[in-house]
Design a protein around this ligand. Structure first.
Ligand SMILES: NC(=O)c1ccc[n+]([C@@H]2O[C@H](COP(=O)([O-])OP(=O)(O)OC[C@H]3O[C@@H](n4cnc5c(N)ncnc54)[C@H](O)[C@@H]3O)[C@@H](O)[C@H]2O)c1
Ligand SMILES: O=c1ccn([C@@H]2O[C@H](COP(=O)(O)OP(=O)(O)O[C@H]3O[C@H](CO)[C@@H](O)[C@H](O)[C@H]3O)[C@@H](O)[C@H]2O)c(=O)[nH]1
Length: 434
């Protein structure tokens, strides 16, 4: 519980806005979350949680008396001390971040007489804060503060990440605004990085770029492992124990997806390009990822030949486990390629609804997806997949082939059951799951 409760308005009831609102309420603040989607707000008012995020439902319920939901700007702003902007910043056709939702919020802010701080939670290009500051000044809101407080939570662990972050970043034009945002987080035990607004904006983009670089790096190592007979799982373990390297984000697989990495890599690439800089390394990271998503298709070809008429079971659809989010999920590229090549796609996910996969048949259990299939492809490392009774499945599949896009299974038991097992970057005969 923080020493002094504040009144906070959060614009955007998506993955970030809802988690931010619920966690700030948990810290003792009074929060109003505003969204433009009436059905989303109605659902929240009825105690329903419109997204799948572990722990969020309990947090919203526990803090119900400090949380309100509205579509109305005036009601949201009320007498708020903080206005958090947590709206989407998707990529435009060119890859630049689309800031239209951010500008809508800035422009719909009513006349505010008192002291209040607008806080940017959305991921935005460097320079956005300066532009928002000017717009606030032009609108006669010069007394309203502005701070950048980027979000580093990952989907599936967002509540824990918010309450126990590695760090809190606060960039402000005026120290007193930064002080207030820092004070709002009283009760969270984490280092606070105080800096200028541009640096805070860059910390967010650079952190994501660093994580993506590690993933594309290990994926390229995996591809070389595959060509040379090494096992990337052991290689990642071996290099990750070096404290200078560390073991996080060294899981080779079929590439990164999600609502953040793909779009933020493009946004940083275009931000650099717009400033006259060609960001070569980031371009390579993006390209490696695009190719990585398609490697499974090559593996299927090498085992099955032409895919027309073959049935492929896609196990997992969400871009990662413990979320229903399918934005930029590798499953979308995979399903699209398979369907284009004439394969029948049967797909399963415990929470993502697969509505984006036009032409794929969505089934209720992994076993149903595998029944009669020519190949199983593990797309998302859902823990449920570790519990499949492969001995039973062996007799129901048309062809016992498992392509493990996340290196989650132990190859040896599968091979001893007669399965052909291929991971990503795992030489034939390599043992041990991850
Ligand atoms: N998803 C994540 O895990 C994550 C983590 C860190 C940062 N971010 C960044 O946070 C931002 C939000 O991401 P998200 O995943 O929560 O997006 P989202 O699409 O899930 O949610 C955005 C919400 O904003 C609402 N909205 C649009 N215009 C509005 C307005 N004028 N007033 C109020 N609400 C409005 C939308 O209806 C939607 O519900 C993005 O910039 C994203 O890059 C996301
Ligand atoms: O070793 C790894 C780690 C992750 N991934 C993939 O990378 C993607 C992103 O995973 P993750 O980072 O766990 O999830 P996000 O929810 O997208 O979170 C990222 O993006 C958020 C939005 O910017 C940031 O706030 C988080 O810090 C950052 O981790 C997923 O497709 C994963 O399968 C790998 O392939 N190998």
């Amino acid at each position: 519980m923080s020493a002094s409760p504040h009144r906070v308005a959060v614009f955007g009831a998506g993955y970030v806005g809802l988690v931010t609102g619920a966690c700030l309420a948990e810290l003792g603040h009074d929060v109003v979350v505003r969204d433009v989607l009436r059905e989303r707000i109605d659902a929240l008012r009825h105690g329903e949680v419109p997204i799948y995020e572990p722990g969020l439902g309990e947090l919203l319920a526990r803090n119900a008396e400090r949380l309100r939901f509205t579509t109305d700007v005036g009601e949201a702003i009320g007498d708020a001390d903080f206005v958090y902007i947590a709206v989407g910043t998707p990529p435009t056709y060119s890859g630049d971040a689309d800031l239209s939702a951010v500008w809508t919020v800035v422009d719909e802010l009513p006349r505010i007489e008192r002291r209040c701080v607008v806080v940017m939670k959305s991921t935005v290009p460097v320079g956005t804060g300066t532009r928002v500051r000017h717009r606030l000044d032009e609108r006669g809101l010069g007394h309203v503060g502005y701070a950048s407080n980027p979000e580093f939570t990952a989907e599936g662990t967002a509540v824990r990440d918010f309450m126990h972050p590695d760090r809190i970043v606060v960039g402000a034009f005026r120290d007193e605004d930064g002080d207030l945002v820092q004070e709002l987080h009283a009760g969270i035990d984490a280092p606070v990085v105080r800096c200028d607004v541009a640096s805070a904006e860059m910390i967010k983009l650079a952190a994501n770029a660093a994580l993506m670089t590690r993933i594309s790096f290990i994926n390229e190592i995996a591809n070389v492992c595959e060509a040379t007979g090494a096992d990337v799982v052991r290689v990642a373990e071996g290099i990750g124990l070096d404290r200078r390297i560390g073991s996080a984000f060294l899981r080779a697989g079929i590439g990164f997806g999600g609502s953040c990495f793909p779009k933020d890599s493009l946004a940083l690439k275009q931000l650099a390009a717009n400033s006259g800089y060609h960001f070569q390394l980031l371009n390579a990271v993006i390209e490696v990822n695009e190719l990585q998503k398609r490697r499974v298709i090559g593996k299927l070809h090498s085992h099955l030949g032409p895919l027309r008429g073959k049935t492929v079971a896609l196990l997992g659809l969400a871009f990662k486990p413990h979320t229903d989010d399918m934005r930029e999920a590798p499953s979308i590229v995979l399903a699209g390629r398979l369907l284009a090549e004439g394969a029948d796609v049967r797909a399963w996910d415990p929470v993502a609804d697969g509505g984006d996969l036009h032409g794929a048949v969505i089934v209720a259990t992994p076993e149903e997806a595998l029944d009669g299939a020519d190949a199983a492809v593990i797309v998302t490392e859902w823990p449920q997949l570790a519990d499949i009774d492969w001995a039973a499945v062996a007799s129901t599949m048309r062809n016992p082939l498992v392509i493990d896009g996340r290196n989650m299974l132990d190859p040896e038991p599968l091979r001893s059951l007669g399965f052909v097992y291929e991971g990503i970057g795992r030489a034939a005969g390599a043992g041990g799951g991850v």
